[in-house]
Design a protein around this ligand. Structure first.
Ligand code: ATP
Length: 196
């Protein structure tokens, strides 16, 4: 199966763009961040290992205690590495199983940290979604209950668009929806041509 990674900075619109591929062209989409969150809540082994790392407070009423984990990671950066070592291999395995079940010319794997995590190396092609920073911040402030400062600090922790674009096969500039849809169409056609 051909795997196409799709990424982009916070608020660039990668989920929105991935959904266009799915809805318009029937391309299966795996949203890695959502699957990771789901596995952290549902997988017994992940639960046990996270509790061993963070203590019982890692879960509250059976659900992942995100606020507590963020605070723990913020106070001790080595815990992020350890948490990733617990979660990432399980998500990678889950993704492989998912891929095996798909029937399509290619699949999309959407991940915010596709480059930062190195998982772009397992993709045949990569699409980076971009938008001007001011637009991205505005979108996130409208979508989430957050502050400009928090969004800014996430932006600073992600790779720059420039760096991502250098390693990408395709770039989709997501400003006005109509233009985005045209670019999705072009990109989809190019991928189909490349994979014959
Ligand atoms: P994150 O990394 O934060 O999950 P993302 O890159 O997946 O973000 P989306 O969730 O797809 O981004 O988009 C962010 C917000 O901007 C959403 O509320 C979405 O509806 C909106 N949005 C996305 N693209 C556009 C667009 N072209 N025009 C207007 N609003 C948009």
């Amino acid at each position: 199966m051909i795997i196409v990674g799709i990424t982009g900075g916070i608020g660039s619109g990668k989920t929105t763009v991935a959904k266009i591929f799915q809805e318009k062209y029937g391309i299966p989409v795996y949203i890695a961040d959502d699957e990771a969150k789901r596995l952290m809540n549902d997988s017994k082994i992940i639960k046990q290992e996270l509790i061993a790392l963070f203590g019982e407070k890692a879960y509250k009423e059976g659900q992942l205690n995100k606020a507590y984990l963020s605070q723990e990671i913020f106070n001790d950066k080595s815990k992020l590495k350890k948490m990733n070592a617990i979660v990432h291999p399980r998500v990678a395995q889950h993704f492989k199983n998912w891929v095996d079940k798909q029937q399509a010319p290619y699949v999309l794997k959407e991940a915010a940290i596709l480059f930062e995590s190195g998982s772009y190396k397992q993709c045949d092609y990569v699409i980076t979604v971009t938008a001007p920073l001011s637009m991205r911040v505005e979108r996130v402030l409208k979508r989430d209950n957050t502050t400009k400062e928090k969004v800014q600090s996430i932006v600073e922790n992600q790779w720059s668009d420039e760096k991502k674009i250098k390693l990408s096969n395709f770039v989709i500039v997501n400003k006005a929806f109509e233009k985005t849809r045209e670019q999705v169409h072009e990109t989809h056609s190019k991928i189909l041509n490349l994979i014959g």
